[in-house]
Design a protein around this ligand. Structure first.
Ligand code: FFO
Ligand code: ATP
Length: 194
């Protein structure tokens, strides 16, 4: 123990705040959080009902959220991607997005949203990939506090809900839940950047 402290002090004295020390510290920090990431694409594909779902509700990631762009590309190509548009206080609806470049514009909160002219999706949604601010492995979720997802998900009690988070969004403690909060069936960890 004492020997390793001496070594650490010596290394710090020799290298100071050199890029090497910074890189080692950064790698250690990264490893710490990243070890909860398993095989996110596989885990998403393994969601119950995902394979056969004709429509899947997802989200266009914003800063601090997992980068699920490969999944969005894949679902759009398959013709089964739904993305949300905020349309009032705590009210959002989903739209079928066939082309991520042509069908989206920058919208509320700076998030890419369906453009004008795309028809609102009114059918069944068996699977939701849900964003959030914090998640716990028990399925509890905390959002941005506007109730967009809680209100929308209340209409789909039978859908499978998968919370998608980065390691930084994991809460070590179960999150306090209100009566209107909707629990996730599973939570999947993904990287913010790929
Ligand atoms: N990618 C993504 N899309 C989404 C959501 C989400 O959480 N993530 N939403 C899920 O509901 C809806 C948008 N909800 C949002 C609600 C509030 C803020 C917001 O107030 N942002 C503040 C920061 C305050 C905070 O984070 O609490 C800001 O932009 O200044 C952002 C998104 C629909 N689309
Ligand atoms: N199904 C619902 N019907 C009516 N009001 C609701 C419903 N769900 C949530 N609300 C209200 O919306 C407000 C915000 O809810 P909450 O703090 O749980 O949002 P959130 O989950 O953090 O946000 P978001 O879903 O937008 O990410 C609260 O006042 C809550 O009572």
């Amino acid at each position: 123990m004492a020997a390793s402290i001496v070594i650490v002090i010596l290394v710090l004295l020799i290298f100071g705040s050199s890029p090497i020390v910074e890189m080692i510290l950064k790698m250690r920090r990264m490893k710490k959080g990243d070890d909860i990431i398993k095989e996110p694409w596989q885990e998403i594909h393994d969601i119950p009902g995902y394979h056969d779902a004709r429509n899947i509700a997802a989200f266009y990631p914003m800063k601090g959220e997992p980068n699920i762009m490969p999944i969005l590309e894949e679902l759009a190509t398959e013709g089964r991607l739904l993305l949300p548009k905020c349309e009032g206080d705590g009210i959002m609806h989903f739209y079928k997005i066939a082309n991520l470049k042509k069908d989206l514009v920058k919208g509320h909160y700076g998030i890419m949203e369906p453009r004008e002219g795309i028809e609102k999706f009114e059918g069944d949604i068996p699977v939701f990939l849900v964003p959030g601010v914090k998640f716990n492995w028990d399925g509890s979720r905390q959002g941005h506090g506007k109730g967009y997802y809680d209100r929308f998900l209340a209409k789909y009690p039978n859908a499978f809900k998968a919370g998608i988070m980065t390691p930084a969004q994991l809460s070590k403690e179960p999150l306090e839940q209100k009566e209107t909060d909707v629990k996730m069936h599973t939570v999947i960890a993904c990287r913010e950047k790929y």
